[in-house]
Ligand binder design. Structure first.
Ligand SMILES: NC(=O)CC(=O)C(=O)O
Length: 283
């Protein structure tokens, strides 16, 4: 970790086109990470389920052991070559007892796997006539919250449905995070309803940056991702966003903006923990 103090850095979200060919997904992910790095990105984010189609019937076939699997190897090489922090979206993970998880792995600039986050809140919803999805049919939930250190500040991780639970972001902010990153794959029902609203809410509530990274939309796949990878600033304003095709979006993460927003509207020092609990004290 560098001892230099930075006032800003460039973050990239890669809205990757995900296919059923795992090797092709890995090659594409690595090539896009290197492209983002050539364009100056220092923290590079991949989407949820970037090495596999998103669906309960695929998770077992595509699952890998972490850190032995080929996805970790590829992302570690990519982070080292790019000299950037890589937030490796997520992959289906199989642990030594055979349980499956939806897991994000994170790498430092030397390619070391520094942390992994297993999706804590599983995506189990049923909107009649629109979408039914039950991750819990095959996946187990993670059991811890995740933050990691970078040269620029601490960053919290959640995966997709985790974004609907404000407590996670609130805890990350109160533990000193400058941003929350959510690899995610909303769909054509919940995407237009909630995707942007949730990330702007998480950013505004906590006066920090929020980045989301979705797979590109593929109307031939069994799950149609919403796309619209987005970066939101501490004022709840969108500073970068994509449509639904494959794309890389870039945002300058200006750390002064966090300080300024919190100075102007100092909600974090105005809380009334005499009236409600401080949930960040919980873990
Ligand atoms: N895919 C998810 O985990 C979440 C999602 O699509 C939603 O909350 O809507």
């Amino acid at each position: 970790m560098s001892s230099t103090t930075y006032s800003s850095f460039k973050l990239a979200c890669i809205q990757l086109k995900v296919t059923s060919d795992k090797s092709a997904n890995l090659i594409n992910a690595k090539s896009k990470i290197l492209e983002a790095s050539r364009n100056g990105a220092k923290v590079i984010v991949l989407p949820e389920c970037f090495n596999s189609p998103y669906g309960t019937k695929y998770f077992s076939e595509y699952a890998e052991n972490i850190p032995q699997g080929e996805s970790v190897k590829t992302l570690s090489e990519a982070a080292k070559e790019a000299k950037a922090f890589v937030v490796g979206g997520s992959i289906p993970e199989r642990d030594s007892s055979g349980k499956l998880y939806n897991t994000c792995t994170v790498y430092d600039t030397e390619g070391n796997l520094i942390v992994k986050h297993r999706k804590v809140h599983l995506f189990d919803i049923d909107i009649p006539g629109m979408i039914k999805f039950q991750e819990s049919e095959t996946l187990s939930p993670g059991s811890s919250l995740t933050q990691f250190e970078t040269d620029y500040g601490k960053i919290g991780i959640g995966i997709c449905y985790d974004m609907r639970f404000p407590e996670m972001a609130m805890i990350a902010a109160r533990k000193g995070c400058i941003a929350m990153i959510y690899p995610g794959a909303f769909n054509l029902t919940t995407g237009p309803l909630h995707w942007e609203l949730l990330q702007r809410a998480r950013a505004l509530d906590n006066q920090f940056f929020v980045a989301t990274c979705s797979p590109a939309r593929d109307m031939k796949s069994t799950y149609n991702a919403w796309g619209h990878s987005t970066v939101t600033d501490p004022n709840g304003q969108i500073v970068a966003t994509a449509e639904h095709d494959e794309a890389i979006i870039y945002a300058d993460i200006d750390l002064e903006k966090i300080k300024q927003t919190r100075q102007m509207i100092p909600v974090s020092s105005q809380r009334r923990f005499d009236l409600y609990p401080d949930i960040s004290a919980h873990k």
